[in-house]
Design a protein. Structure first.
Length: 222
């Protein structure tokens, strides 16, 4: 009887662990084509609607794009599914930037990242564990000037490696740093009301967001 009870409890524990384990795959995928009544849905397995906060979705070249004017920003409603937990965290955003500025950040008071543009160059600043580092192209490899051009920015953070890619080409990589993990890491696009923690005590201190448009925003956990 004791063996049966023990087996039952082990099975129940396993079921609960599977039930509450954090899923992998596409966590966020904003669907601008189906934006209506001021809400942008996410095309992932996990329903989420993002209030547009006064931003305009415009039809340009047969596609719906989310426009950012000066001073405009957008918060993504928080969900525990959007908190990185030490697995590989991949952020992909496709933008057309008319001006420099903050593009995207995710973070809390301790951890996070920010993606921004200065003089047409896209860079990422990341804090994981107790380390803060910058990912950007160098003059030796050539610096891409991406203002007034479409660019897909991908930032991948996993244990032991952080990688920034621009239009599917590796721009910068940092090794031997821990993965991104934490609770209540909030996502913000465009203009920020306060400086992301990862940029504090750093050369870039501007909360102004870029102006232009976003064609897609995706986040994967894998």
């Amino acid at each position: 009887m004791k063996k049966l009870i023990s087996l039952f409890l082990c099975s129940a524990t396993l079921v609960l662990a599977q039930e509450f384990s954090i899923p992998h795959g596409l966590m966020l995928n904003l669907d601008f084509e189906k934006a209506q009544e001021g809400l942008i849905p996410s095309k992932s397995l996990f329903p989420l609607f993002v209030p547009q906060n006064g931003l305009t979705v415009s039809r340009i070249n047969y596609r719906n794009l989310l426009e950012f004017q000066y001073g405009q920003g957008l918060d993504i409603p928080h969900s525990s599914l959007l908190d990185p937990n030490g697995d590989e965290w991949i952020i992909s955003v496709r933008i057309f930037a008319l001006t420099d500025g903050l593009i995207l950040s995710q973070g809390n008071e301790k951890q996070g990242f920010a993606i921004y543009m200065i003089d047409g160059q896209v860079s990422a600043r990341v804090r994981t564990g107790h380390s803060t580092f910058t990912l950007e192209e160098t003059s030796r490899q050539g610096i891409s000037k991406l203002k007034k051009r479409w660019v897909t920015i991908e930032l991948s953070i996993r244990n032991g490696r952080a990688l920034l890619s621009l239009n599917r080409k590796r721009a910068a990589m940092v090794l031997d740093e821990p993965a991104l993990s934490g609770d209540d890491l909030r996502i913000r696009l465009g203009n920020h009301t306060q400086l992301p923690v990862v940029l504090k005590n750093f050369g870039y201190q501007d909360t102004t967001g870029f102006t232009g448009a976003i064609g897609s925003l995706k986040i994967h956990r894998q």
